[in-house]
Design a protein around this ligand. Structure first.
Ligand SMILES: C[S@@+](CC[C@H](N)C(=O)[O-])C[C@H]1O[C@@H](n2cnc3c(N)ncnc32)[C@H](O)[C@@H]1O
Length: 215
């Protein structure tokens, strides 16, 4: 692991990734953690510090190269576009599945295919963490609607113009995770915050964090 000034990309784990990690006692366990859309490895860095076996799936070769720089040989990197389905994750069961800030980029059909495929890889009692945008987020409704609550964004101020974003209802996200990933217990936390991006007040950012476990 690199010293903080040498880390490329985001320096810190998502704060709710950290809450989930400690509240669920994952600092006292070891196993295999897989992050879908893990970017430069900021979230996996927490698991790396505690000796977990790490896998990062992302479609950005540049982000994965930075992840290799940040986390070294300890991380398995899989370059894949998750909108096209789940790549081969190998035979080892997943003890913790992280899906933070990724689901919004997938259509309803793509998300369903990815989650349903991921379910087959989860160990009994596997922990799952998901964070994604809700329908009361600032961006929802700005652009062209391509499917219910799915927008091709026209928000240059957030750097996401032209990107597809699907926004969830709280109930819809939890139902999806129960039905498609097989979660039997869930905790849902709403996260709302204001931000300034490119000089524009972006408010509210509205996310739902859901964590839970399989049977
Ligand atoms: C907003 S960043 C989140 C990074 C990290 N998970 C976090 O929570 O800080 C979204 C990440 O998902 C990746 N991503 C977006 N769409 C993807 C897709 N269709 N397939 C694979 N990765 C994707 C991006 O390359 C990026 O690294």
């Amino acid at each position: 692991m690199r010293a903080l000034p040498d880390i490329r990309g985001l320096k810190y784990p998502d704060e709710f990734i950290a809450r989930h990690f400690f509240k669920r006692g994952l600092h006292q366990k070891r196993g295999r953690v897989v992050e879908l859309g893990g970017g430069t490895g900021n979230n996996l860095s927490l698991y790396a510090a505690y000796g977990w076996n790490l896998t990062n799936v992302d479609y950005s070769a540049a982000a994965l190269a930075d992840c290799r720089w940040n986390l070294g040989e300890a991380v398995t990197l899989i370059e894949a576009d998750l909108s096209k389905g789940l790549p081969d994750l190998g035979d080892e069961a997943i003890d913790v599945l992280l899906i933070p800030n990724l689901l919004c980029y997938l259509t309803n059909t793509q998300a369903s295919a990815m989650l349903t495929a991921a379910r087959a890889h989860l160990a009994p009692g596997a922990e799952v963490f998901v964070r994604t945008r809700l329908i009361d987020d600032y961006r929802c409704g700005k652009g062209v609607e391509e499917e219910p609550n799915g927008w091709r964004l026209a928000t240059p101020e957030t750097g996401e113009a032209g990107l597809f974003n699907l926004f969830y209802t709280e109930e819809g996200l939890v139902r999806r995770l129960v039905d498609e990933l097989g979660l039997v217990e869930t905790t849902a936390l709403k996260v709302s915050f204001d931000n300034i991006q490119n000089g524009v007040r972006v408010a509210p950012n509205s996310d739902l964090v859901v964590w839970g476990a399989t049977a």
